[in-house]
Structures are given as C-alpha cells and as structure tokens.
Write a protein that binds this ligand. Structure first.
Ligand code: F6P
Length: 531
C-alpha cells in the first residue's frame, strides 16, 4: 500500500511547539524537587503502567500542563495517523518504498496488520519451522557430522543481525536450555573467531550466519573463515551439518552451501535493527528454546497493543518519545544514558544505540527538506554499579545535562536476591541524588541536582518482559521521528564508509598504489606499509 501524503509541517510551526517553548522557560527555572514539594500525589500522577512494566516519570521536568502540551504536540504532528499507517502496512519507509511491519512478526493470526497475502500465516510458518529445527537440535535429533550433539551455537552477523541475538541471549541467560551455549562473532578483524576456535570443538558447533542481505563484508568474511575452520577439521561435507542461516537472500545462502533444511527466510519489510523477532532470532531460539522465544514475541505484541490503544498521556512509548523530544529540543540535551541494574542487560545500551542512532541520526525529513531542529540524541550506557564507578561523576557534577533511563528488575535474574537488593538500593539512591542534589559550603561537594530520570521497573527479566522492553523502545523511536517528520527506517549514512572501505581493501592488503582519498589516508597507508 503506497504511503499517502508526507507530513509537510515543521514541528516548530505547530502551536503546541510554540506553547512548549514558553512553558519550558517557566519550568526550567524550577528545581525538580520543588515539583514534589508542590504535589503530594506526584508519584501516583506520573507513574504509568502497561503490561508488566511500571514507568515512573515523576522525576522529570513534567507537570500536568507539560504532559498536556506534549500530547497536543503528538496530536498536531499526526502521530495517531502515523501509528495507524505503520500497522496498516503503508510504505512509511518512503525513501526505500517499503512497509515497516516488524509488528507483524509478533502478531497473532487474528491481529489487524496490513501484511499482503498470505499475511501473518507466512510469518507463523517460518516460526514453526524454526521451532522444529530448534527442538531437533536441542533434543539431539539433528547432530553434527561426527554424530555429536550441536550444543555451541555461534551467531555470525553484525549490526541488527548481531546486537539483538547477543543482547537477548545475555539478558535471558537464566533461560538457556540445558547444555546449550551461545557465542557470537561480528567484528571483521577476526579476533572473536580466533578466540572461539581455540575454545570450541568443531564437532559440537553450529554456526548461524545471520544477514538480511547475505552480502555484508564483515559477516561474509567471518562466515567464510568459519567455513574453512569446519571443512578443515571435518571435511567439506560437514558444512551442510554445521551451518544454518537467516536471510532474505536465498540465492546467496545456496551459493554458500547452506542446507535447505537449516535456512530460514524473512522479508524486506523487516528492518535490520527491528529484526530480532524474525529468523534473525534463530541463534537465540536455539539456545533459549522456542517456547521462550514465543514468550518474547508475545511480550512485544502486548506492547504493540498498548501503543496502539492507550491514550497518549498514559501510553508508555509515547511518553518516553515525547520526553525524548522535550529534553532534546527544548532543554538542548545531546545525549541520553541507559542504565540497567541487572548485569544481564549489559548489552541493552548497545542494542539501543543502533536502534535509536541508526533510526534517528538524520538531517533530512521524509519530505526531503532539511530538519530545523536537532534529531537523534547520542545514546550510551552501562550496567548498574559498573557505570556508577565509571562515569556517574559526570552525571552528578558535570556541566552536561544528561537525562537517564534506569531499568530496574525487582527479582534477581541470577538467583542471588540479597545482591539484587543492593543493586536496587543503589539504583534508587542514584536517581534520588541526581534529582535532589546536595547543598554544601564546600563548592567541590555541591551536587546541583535537577537531573531528570525515568525508572522502568519490572518484577523480573523474563522473555515476556524483555519483549515488552524492546518493543517499548522501538515505538519510542517511532514517536520521536514522527514528531520530527523523519523516516526512522533507512540508513543511507552507513553506505559511504562501506564503499570507501571496499576501494581501500586492495591498497591495504597488497602493495598496490592507492591514488584516491586524501593526503592523510595516503600518508597513513604509507606508514602502515612500514610494519
Ligand atoms: O550497518 C548497516 C546495516 O545495514 C544495519 O542496518 C544492519 O543491521 C547491518 O548493516 C547488517 O546487515 P545485514 O543483516 O544485511 O548483514
């Protein structure tokens, strides 16, 4: 279904934007803690729940009036139509003329999503095939070339074909099936593969080549190197028993020699950074089992329903997205920190980096005109107390204004509740200190306070909850870009560097002259040759 008209109005021209400008002047003069002093019901008013997630956004520069104006901004920017357009399968990725339907990957057959025939049933067929394969590998019905069980699953991919499986497999460590182990290889330099091949036995290793295009330099280089490792140790015929793949490029999977039974397709309406829910999650499903994988899908779907149905003022992704715009465009925040208090979420900030920065790192709008406001913030972060002992100094006393999202599970995912209780105490202490600050006669010890945060609380890090968290942030990014009028689903900015790397390959590897580029590149190549 083609996309109808592109939104033409700049957000800065909308009445709500102008009202928010004036409102910002007033509210930014206030101390955050004063907002609590003024309203004894503040926590209840700004604590919103959906599914298993509790979002406390009371520690923000946010009053009833702010929320109203932000919701008005969403209305005036046409957010409702944009959401409907995504679910209806409109080609909202207008620069690539594609629908954006990762929501269909976690839909029930009865859900109204605008997927062309055969619709969600095709998605389900692939899920069923993944299930049969994952079960067979876990039961030992599918074995390696020497008859040994395949218990070491190695995901070979990069970007969206790596970060999702890696983040989720670490987050869901408590759900790994007996004996199964997850590993990954992504960077092109070959060190990860070198380390893994030292540690793993080829007889028990299943390598999952994960690439939407099956042409990505890093992934194909690593996949070919892994292929040599397997065929060198077990013979060429073992390739068909030790490799599986997820891709939209069936011809390339053929050419590589991927066993037709061990390959799983997906579709061009699944963006790389939104693809964990598709066959890109194959390596994850192999390790946590398909029941858990389906629970993650159902968590995503729960958040989709909430996003679609809840009023904007009580809608978690809408609130997070609007707060993102509020801090980015009105307070001038350049970055946002993601701070999970469960070490198993240690790759969640990296996952969100791609999700948010590849989606929102744009300076041209959907309608081709330059933006007039800043777009994507720099996303960064680290898990819990490790972060406290590293960069929190800057958050508390530095000159930068960095809004924070804390992610906080009540229960330990590692079965050590007393230690998780310590983590919780630390998390609560940090958000309080950031907000309240600390007065002192000694200027070195003053904490100015007034530093805002969201706390996203949940009972425990289950597959269902992880699905809700991922979908929450996917939709948050959607909201921000809908306000800015930006297409969140292309990534042309990564192409130029890739092209240049291709043209430099020969010059770096051989003694071939490099005539392109500039003095600096040529100078560095000349120096490199000395080594
Ligand atoms: O870095 C650019 C990018 O296209 C990402 O969007 C994508 O997730 C990644 O490369 C990997 O692409 P592929 O899955 O095709 O190997």
């Amino acid at each position: 279904m083609p996309e109808p008209k592109l939104t033409a109005r700049y957000p800065t021209d909308l009445p709500a934007w102008k009202a928010l400008k004036a409102h910002h002047k007033a509210i930014s003069r206030q101390q955050l803690r004063e907002l609590f002093d003024e309203d004894s019901n503040r926590f209840e008013q700004f604590c919103v729940e959906a599914g298993d997630l509790v979002l406390d956004c009371s520690k923000n520069y946010l009053t009833a009036e702010t929320r109203e104006l932000l919701v008005q901004l969403a209305d005036e920017a046409g957010l409702r139509e944009r959401i409907d357009g995504m679910f209806a399968g409109e080609h909202i990725n207008n620069t690539e003329d594609r629908a954006v339907l990762h929501v269909a990957l976690r839909a029930e057959l009865s859900d109204q999503v605008g997927l062309e025939e055969p619709g969600v049933s095709e998605v389900w067929q692939t899920l069923n095939r993944i299930e049969a394969f994952a079960d067979a590998v876990q039961r030992g019905d599918v074995r390696g070339a020497t008859g040994r069980r395949l218990t070491n699953i190695v995901n070979i991919g990069i970007g969206g074909s790596d970060l999702g499986p890696v983040m989720a497999s670490r987050a869901l460590r408590a759900f790994w099936q007996p004996g199964m182990r997850f590993h990954s290889v992504s960077n092109v330099d070959g060190t990860q593969l070198a380390d893994l091949t030292e540690e793993l036995a080829p007889e028990t290793t299943l390598l999952v080549v994960c690439s939407k295009t099956f042409t990505t330099q890093e992934t194909m280089t690593n996949a070919m190197a892994a292929r040599q490792w397997i065929s060198g140790a077990l013979g060429e015929r073992a390739v068909a028993r030790h490799f599986a793949a997820a891709s939209t490029n069936h011809a390339a999977m053929d050419e590589f020699g991927i066993n037709p039974e061990f390959r799983f397709g997906f579709w061009d309406w699944v963006g790389g950074r939104y693809s964990l829910w598709s066959a890109v999650g194959l390596s994850l499903a192999l390790v946590i089992g398909m029941d858990n994988f389906r629970r993650m899908l159902s968590g995503g779907r729960r958040m989709d329903r909430h996003f679609r149905q809840a009023r904007f003022g009580e809608n978690l992704p809408v609130l997070l997205g609007l707060l993102g715009v509020w801090y980015n465009n009105f307070f001038g925040a350049e970055s946002q920190a993601i701070l999970p208090y469960d070490n198993r979420l240690d790759r969640f900030p990296a996952y969100l980096q791609q999700l948010q920065m590849e989606s929102s790192g744009k300076r041209v709008r959907r309608d081709g005109r330059p933006v007039k406001t800043d777009t994507g913030m720099v996303i960064w972060g680290e898990a819990g107390n490790n972060a406290q002992h590293s960069f929190y100094q800057l958050l508390h006393q530095g000159t930068r204004f960095v809004p924070v999202d804390f992610l906080l599970p009540a229960r330990s995912s590692g079965g050590r509740q007393p230690q998780q209780d310590l983590a919780i105490a630390n998390c609560l202490a940090q958000s309080e200190a950031l907000m309240e600050g600390h007065e002192s006669d000694d200027p070195y010890r003053v904490h100015p306070g007034g530093r805002p945060s969201n706390t996203i609380l949940f009972e425990s890090l289950t597959p269902d909850v992880l699905g809700q968290l991922i979908a929450l942030y996917e939709h948050k990014v959607f909201v921000e870009n809908a306000i800015w009028g930006v297409n969140a689903f292309d990534q042309f900015g990564v192409e130029l560097g890739k092209k240049l790397a291709k043209s430099l390959e020969g010059a770096v590897a051989a003694s071939e002259d490099y005539r392109g580029g500039n003095q600096s590149t040529r100078g560095l190549i000349a120096r490199l040759r000395r080594y």
